[in-house]
Design a protein around this ligand. Sequence first.
Ligand code: SAM
Ligand code: SF4
Length: 335
Amino acid sequence: MAPRTSPAPAPLADRFGRVHTDLRISLTDRCNLRCTYCMPAQGLDWLPKPELLTDDELLRLAGIAVRRLGIRTLRLTGGEPLLRRGLPGLVERLAELGAELSLTTNGVGLARLAPELKRAGLHRANVSLDTLRPERYAALTRRDRLADVLAGLAAARDAGLRPVKVNAVPVRGVNDDELVELVEFAVRGGYRMRFIESMPLDAQGTWDRAAMVTAEEVLAVLGGRWRLTPVGRHGNAPAEEWRLDGTEHVVGVIASVTRPFCGGCDRVRLTADGQLRNCLFATAESDLRALLRSGADDAGIEAAWRACVAGKGPGHRIGEAGFERPARSMSAIGG
Ligand code: SAM
Ligand code: SF4
């Protein structure tokens, strides 16, 4: 008799036909840096521990996502996900679900953890790094940790995480004179460089469109140094990619504000306190933690999840009349 295989889950689709296969999970809202475009110097009011999903709760939701909803990629983020106690053990349990596992981190502490995370089943890493100059790094993140991040990047690569991407948010007058240097650094190190347009998601609410360096500006600067050949997007990935001078090196630009990719969005987000968000800019959330803690069965949680995604809007509308910032900022959502 042929072995029984479980039927493929029904697609997690919204009313515009977008199918969601990518789940971004915030492991904590806390952070050990204070990037100026993300949060204020004093930090934020962190979530009290009882409000956070436990490992078991998180595993249960991730299991429902993969087995019942067709999620294929789990992206761990925060806050700073490396601050989550017992992270390698959690990664090992998540890896058993069989989805692709990636981590977005500021890289502080990655030098020590990268080999263990790789052994636990992590596949990829995205490390945020906006400048290569120690003093500038200290001013931008309000912490003097550049050397740790550089060591973390190298450790991630040497541990065999692939790819290791470097994410930078260029800000006018702050680090926009380093775009070429950052790409050269990534090429030398075997990393993949990506630039992200800054978004109105900082906790202080001081985002200024004029300070945002647009994708077009980034490409103009890089185009002055390399011949850029477009390679498009990988599936629904947010980054548009360009190859440098016919080499195998690729640079990505995430133009969330000036060239939104909402029409192809395949992401859902789970906050560290168990709230499901159908968009980074959503102003409403579905309380999966309450469902879990009230004893809901998997079918009930699946139904709530599908209802949340079904209610997803067409796009974020930054810059349009009526745009409303979400109550949570980037680090509290899980950017
Ligand atoms: N702490 C980790 C890190 O920095 O990679 C993970 C969380 S952080 C919120 C995820 C990404 O969001 C980082 O690459 C960071 O640069 C980016 N980010 C934070 N605030 C942003 C903003 N206002 N606009 C655009 N990107 C932002
Ligand atoms: Fe922390 Fe990441 Fe926000 Fe920087 S961008 S303050 S590292 S959460």
